[in-house]
Design a protein around this ligand. Sequence first.
Ligand code: SF4
Ligand code: SF4
Length: 71
Amino acid sequence: MYKINDGCPNCGACKSVCPVGAIKFDGKTFISSDCIDCGICVRSCPVKLIVSEDDNKAAKTEVKKTAKKEE
Ligand code: SF4
Ligand code: SF4
């Protein structure tokens, strides 16, 4: 599952590359449930705001682990 992080200037680049039209605009750009997790849009974003939610979770877990080690 992919998501768009905050700060997207709605440039539309990702929208034009999505093969299944899963990226929509409704006041802001968002990835709908039609997403098939192909990952193509990630590379299209000039400001690198599209991230895999799994990566996000992994990153957060890593931060927690690091924080624990420092206790
Ligand atoms: S991961 Fe693929 S299917 Fe999902 S929004 Fe991006 S380009 Fe579209
Ligand atoms: S390519 Fe990046 S900046 Fe442009 S609309 Fe998509 S998420 Fe937003």
